[in-house]
Design a protein around this ligand. Structure first.
Ligand code: CA
Length: 733
């Protein structure tokens, strides 16, 4: 044969191999598609909510839906939808409202697919709602034991579900993951994620899913726990990997090699007895480009580093962003925002992925605005620090040294010897309320706050150099019991305020800012139409021009909001939906000092938990809410000693204020004890000491309080109510 014939045959064979391979690849793809519709028992899977990795990665091909927590894996909370735009928005009206039957904080981001919204409410209850009509399709109550509420630092909240291949996955306050049938809400399985099933752990965060693995962390660092993140198989519920964020007892072997690196940065203390902290209670982001999971790690436990680690050290991996291999949980890199955290500066705030040109180079980045007041832009492949501008008022540090990547602490604000007021405070310059990013404008929209905290070492520590660990209670090392007296003695401390700002992550420039008299406001949503939506503490659901900050639309909901809005399309109509209902980490919606709450809509009108959906020319009417009667009733005649009242103030500050408000001024989510009726007065000891209302979420405190203590708290409450009632009467005259 001639060379030409050989060549011809060769090409024919190559073509044959190519066609064979291509066909087989197609078959494999079809097999994948089929296997996604058939479960392990060979039964055909449900047709609804078959959300897959591919669909989340390609979420821009299905812009009408909201497929995962931050809409897609990048979690920018940026939607390509434009039917509601700067011109049409004047016609945006209520389409429907769904009563969530809740007076607690609602923080959930709904997932929308196949015309159904999947979301969560208080006590980890899961709802499926018809997204067009607002009618309930099903709901599932995981029956969280109500006395678990005492372990929740920041209300019995939940930030949402993950939906995957026809199933809804949700984490419960008491540490379980539940898998529900998306069509019926039927329970498929549940697993416990806790390393100590009775530990002071809570889960409030939304799980994330990729590679058929559910990623979940937990909270509880205020109480004294050890943080970790787990990955479970979505089919079997089996644990695939677990990454601890802080080292455990040094006399035991390291669970994984990263703990050896971490252990070298903890010195001299007995942190493992109080857990160490580092809980991953909010942000977990999957990155399909590098098959990495980024976890946002929380504050130290106790808050004060001198107790945790008296020999100094950075205390890895507190307050860090950590990149893990999604399949193995092995660490690829970490960046610690606050070495040796001393202020409750969690780095659990929402992280988002983006691509942008930085210093002439195209970069794949991860961004976060953690509590500590600096906005971080990191290369997400390597963890290299690219930017760290201040986005908030910061006095604990002067700046971040870009050479070392470390913040430079302000020595004048050291509180070891002398109490200090510090910004950001423990609520952060920004908290979990989600931010959004407009990639066209290159701006991030951040709900920010100026909410200082007064830091003072406890008298117990000052006297003994130690603190006694109290299970089921806050263990911070700070003087929280006498916080009110501390605050009153420091009138120079700024009054809390809030804002929404458009922030340039590369220059640190604040492009625009809208100031609010209330600091505790909601998360944001931005759209391709150049709109940024936010619900605020004053009860207004607003839309701003993303470029200028001009207010383009505003609806008075009469209920304070925290949850971020979402958007979707059904039958060619674009909807904007949001949960209303406040509370959470801020004295359950009150104020760090219990004052300055006069602007909170939910205190004026009640905290009516509702899911609201708006569309152009919507025709539903939102019923107007009436002003609440806030008159403090007459109080029983008591003879209280000064000692009793002072002791009561201290104990109330230590055990009651987180839920019922500093100075007995409650936020809207839980009862204001100045308003107690005769029955509650009579049963006060039975409630607080004997726990007769534990099934309502009010546990017994007999493990930390004596009957005498309870009596002192009662005298303090009645005395405070009397004083406040007198002020009210004088104001009304
Ligand atoms: Ca914390």
């Amino acid at each position: 044969m001639k060379l030409r014939t050989y060549l011809f045959l060769f090409i024919v064979i190559l073509l044959g191999i190519y066609l064979f391979l291509e066909q087989n690849l197609e078959i494999n793809e079809n097999e994948n598609a089929i296997s996604e519709q058939i479960d392990s028992n060979g039964k055909e899977k449900l047709k609804i909510a078959n959300i897959t990795q591919k669909r989340i990665i390609n979420a821009n091909d299905e812009p009408n839906l909201w497929l995962s927590h931050g809409r897609n894996y990048e979690e920018q909370r940026y939607s390509p939808l434009t039917q509601i735009n700067k011109e049409s928005i004047k016609d945006l009206e209520l389409a429907w409202a769904f009563d969530m039957n809740s007076t607690r904080a609602l923080e959930s981001t709904p997932i929308v697919d196949d015309g159904i919204m999947f979301l969560t409410s208080e006590w980890s209850i899961v709802y499926a709602i018809d997204a067009k009509t607002g009618e309930e399709v099903w709901y599932y109550d995981p029956d969280v034991p109500k006395d678990w509420g005492r372990k929740a630092c920041c209300d019995v909240v939940n930030r949402g579900v993950a939906v995957w291949k026809g199933y809804v996955f949700s984490a419960t306050l008491d540490g379980r993951i539940i898998k529900l049938d998306a069509e019926t809400g039927e329970l498929i399985w549940e697993i416990n994620t806790l390393i100590d099933p009775d530990g002071d752990y809570t889960i409030t965060g939304a799980p994330r899913i990729a590679n058929d693995l559910i990623f979940i962390g937990n909270g509880g660092a205020e109480y004294g726990v050890r943080g970790y993140v787990s990955a479970f198989n979505t089919e079997t519920g089996k644990l695939v990997w677990r990454f601890y964020t802080v080292p455990g007892n040094p006399s035991l072997p390291f669970e994984h090699p990263e703990m050896e690196i971490a252990a070298e940065t903890w010195k001299g203390g007995e942190w493992w007895k109080i857990g160490g902290g580092g809980t991953v209670w909010n942000s977990i982001v999957y990155d399909p480009e590098f098959n990495q999971v980024y976890i946002g790690v929380g504050n130290g436990s106790p808050w004060t580093r001198v107790i945790r680690s008296p020999g100094g050290g950075d205390n890895l991996f507190l307050s860090s962003m950590v990149a893990l291999d999604a399949d193995t949980g092995k660490m690829n890199w970490y960046y610690q925002t606050t070495p040796g955290d001393n202020w409750d500066y969690t780095a659990v705030q929402d992280m988002m992925l983006a691509e942008m040109e930085i210093d002439g180079k195209q970069r794949k980045v991860i961004m976060q605005a953690p509590k500590n007041g600096f906005f971080y832009v990191l290369d997400r492949k390597t963890g290299e620090l690219l930017r760290a501008h201040k986005y908030a008022v910061v006095n604990w540090a002067t700046h971040v040294d870009m050479e070392t990547g470390r913040p430079v602490e302000n020595k004048e604000k050291d509180y070891l010897e002398e109490k200090q007021w510090i910004l950001p405070g423990a609520l952060g310059g920004h908290n979990w309320q989600a931010m959004s990013y407009d990639p066209d404008l290159g701006l991030v929209y951040i709900p920010t706050q100026i909410a200082p905290t007064i830091y003072k070492m406890t008298e117990e520590w000052q006297k003994t150099g130690k603190i006694k660990y109290k299970p089921n209670s806050w263990n911070t090392g700070l003087e929280l019991g006498k916080y009110l007296n501390l605050a009153l003695a420091m009138p120079e401390v700024p009054i809390p305020t809030g804002s929404l700002q458009a922030f340039d992550p590369l220059t640190g420039e604040k492009r625009w800012e809208v100031n609010y008299p209330q600091h505790w406001n909601g998360g944001t949503l931005s759209t391709k139409a150049g709109l940024t939506f936010q619900g605020n503490g004053m009860g207004f659901f607003n839309a701003y021009d993303s470029s200028s900050g001009d207010l383009l639309w505003s609806k008075d909901i009469q209920t304070s909001m925290l949850a971020p809005p979402i958007t979707f399309v059904i039958d060619d109509e674009q909807y904007i939906a949001i949960l209303a209902g406040t509370g959470g980490g801020n004295n359950h919606g009150g104020d760090t000092l219990g004052f300055h709450t006069e602007h909170l809509a939910s205190l004026k009108y009640g905290n009516s938990g509702r899911l609201l959906a708006f569309k152009l020319n919507g025709e539903a009417k939102l019923p107007r809410l009436d002003l609440l009667n806030k008159s403090i009733p007459e109080q029983p005649e008591l003879t209280s000693s000064e000692f009793q009242i002072n002791r009561g103030l201290e104990l109330y500050g230590e055990y009651c204020a987180f839920c019922h408000g500093t100075a007995v001024r409650a936020g809207p989510a839980l009862p204001d004890l100045r308003m107690m009726n005769n029955n509650s007065h009579e049963l006060f000891k039975d409630i607080v000491y004997d726990g007769i209302l534990k099934d309502n979420g009010m546990s017994s405190f007999s493990d930390v309080l004596s009957e005498n203590d309870v009596e002192s708290i009662y005298h303090y409450i009645v005395n405070t109510a009397k004083i406040d009632r007198q002020v009210q009467l004088e104001q009304n005259n």
